[in-house]
Design a protein around this ligand. Structure first.
Ligand code: MG
Length: 168
């Protein structure tokens, strides 16, 4: 059985992962609105990845015989400004997620919950990747500055992002 304290914390994380999915979907809509379809596509896939993260924890709680409790998902913003501002918001969000995952892992250690530690290790690694990806795109957007033609090239590149969520 899943320890009650860890269960409550994982349920909170499930909600936050769904919020991440909602946030990236909102950023995707923003990019559609400002006519950057490649950026919009990239964010849409990112949104699906976050739903996968939420579902991975959802399945984990169920597998441990725990009780999933779904809470209301917060409302994200509508306007995310320039592509650089939008990706800076994404990076800041991911840094917050990394902190949450770290706290969750520390709780699993404190509670001697070994299966949760193993489950959360995947998320610890995933956060390294999430932050790296956002940082790379931020750096490229800084190089681009206000060169519209370079921005169009990056838009084409981001349009090529493949679906990465495994079949569940
Ligand atoms: Mg996530």
């Amino acid at each position: 059985m899943l320890n009650e304290v860890v269960q409550t914390a994982i349920n909170k994380q499930i909600n936050h992962e769904f919020y991440s999915s909602y946030l990236y979907l909102a950023i995707s809509a923003h990019f559609e609105y400002i006519n950057l379809p490649g950026f919009a596509h990239w964010m849409h896939i990112q949104s699906k990845e976050e739903t996968f993260h939420a579902t991975k924890l959802f399945n984990y709680v169920n597998d441990r015989g725990g009780r999933v409790e779904l809470e209301a998902i917060g409302k994200p913003a509508t306007d995310f400004g320039s592509p650089l501002e939008a990706f800076e918001a994404a990076l800041e969000h991911e840094q917050g997620v990394t902190k949450m995952i770290g706290e969750l892992y520390a709780l699993a250690v404190k509670e001697n919950d070994y299966p949760s530690q193993v489950e959360l290790q995947w998320f610890v690694q995933e956060q390294v990747e999430e932050e790296k990806t956002a940082r790379t795109i931020i750096d490229q957007l800084k190089m681009i500055g206000d060169h519209g033609s370079a921005l169009m090239i990056l838009d084409r590149e981001l349009a090529a992002r493949q679906e990465t969520v495994p079949v569940q």
